[in-house]
Write a protein that binds this ligand. Structure first.
Ligand code: SF4
Length: 328
């Protein structure tokens, strides 16, 4: 499958407010939110970026849509470096890459009718006649399961459930016919009963519209349910990446093993070993030296404290960054 999006050696560092000590030492410290991350999304695939909060996954999403400036690295959309796009070219790119957020209630205007909110991107971009925009809005409302669309068009957000609000947010993202949808924790703020329906909807849209999806989550079981490929992030770095079935049946990195071990519904997977980490995730402001997991990892060796593990490819499309698999 041809790749639609490629993230290459991406770094996003945010400067920290200087303390008296920093001023005396004449230094500027940085929060390395994303630190040398590379991955790609094949056309029509669902790629899950999994990690705890502070792992950098949302910063990646915001960088891909141009909301955050990278410190270094590249993002290619169909082989064009998006950071070189200007003016109209960037606008066209932004139409092709749409994002939905965690809390649909926050992203919807409480005083605007649902139909008008979904139609709004067409109005702003002056796409089609007024009638065509309304017609397109009706179609998209139907596509996301808000039927009959005439009924939903005239409702206000407070008249909808959390799951229905997320469907509206998805409809608003789809109305511009994007090629990539970035879904940032789309089920974490809605009722448990509606979560599976939203995941099903995303899969159906992928199949029907040949969408490519970057699915961002801290919830490993939803990544299992929806994705084709999983990248696991820890403190700004990808520590393991593989096709979904491979990562769940053969997790190599101790962090991935610990995440899987911690989810009861995933305990059916024949893990070689159950892994439990010590302590809490450290602050990304001052990450540990060497392997960032070493203070918490039950398999840490002296080298883990000193040397950052390189990314190693093991088997087909399975990469891991851990000294346990280093050849030297
Ligand atoms: Fe654990 Fe060392 Fe591997 Fe890091 S490099 S995950 S500390 S064994």
């Amino acid at each position: 499958m041809h790749e639609i999006l490629r993230v290459e050696n991406l770094k996003v560092y945010f400067p920290l407010k200087r303390t008296i000590e920093d001023i005396v030492a004449r230094r500027q410290r940085f929060l390395k939110a994303v630190d040398n991350v590379s991955f790609n999304i094949p056309e029509g695939a669902i790629m899950a970026l999994v990690g705890e909060s502070g792992s950098g996954k949302t910063t990646i999403a915001r960088t891909v849509v141009g909301l955050v400036k990278p410190t270094d690295g590249h993002v290619y959309f169909r082989d064009r470096d998006i950071f070189s796009l200007k003016g109209e070219e960037f606008k066209v790119y932004r139409r092709k890459v749409q994002m939905i957020f965690q809390d649909p209630a926050v992203s919807l205007n409480p005083r605007m009718k649902i139909g008008d909110q979904v139609k709004y991107p067409l109005d702003v971009n002056k796409i089609g006649t007024k009638e065509e925009r309304v017609e397109k809005t009706m179609k998209v409302l139907k596509d996301v399961g808000l039927s009959p669309p005439e009924d939903f068009y005239n409702r206000y957000p407070h008249q909808l459930s959390g799951g229905q609000k997320q469907r509206v947010a998805i409809a608003r993202a789809l109305v511009l016919e994007p090629e990539i949808l970035i879904a940032d924790e789309p089920i974490s703020n809605i009722d448990v009963s509606a979560r599976a329906q939203i995941l099903n909807l995303l899969q159906q849209l992928r199949d029907r519209l040949h969408l490519s999806i970057l699915y961002i989550t801290h919830d490993l079981s939803s990544a299992w349910a929806i994705s084709d490929q999983v990248a696991v992030m820890y403190l700004g770095k990808i520590v393991e990446m593989a096709p979904t079935s491979e990562i769940f049946s053969n997790p190599l990195h101790p962090y991935t093993q610990a995440l899987i071990s911690a989810v009861p519904s995933l305990n059916g997977f024949p893990l070689a070993r159950k892994t439990k980490l010590r302590g809490e995730i450290p602050s990304p402001v001052n990450p540990p030296s060497g392997c960032r997991l070493h203070p918490r990892c039950p398999f840490a060796m002296p080298a883990c404290r000193e040397k950052e593990p390189e990314i190693i490819t093991l088997g087909r499309d399975h990469i891991v960054a851990c000294h346990l698999y280093s050849k030297s």
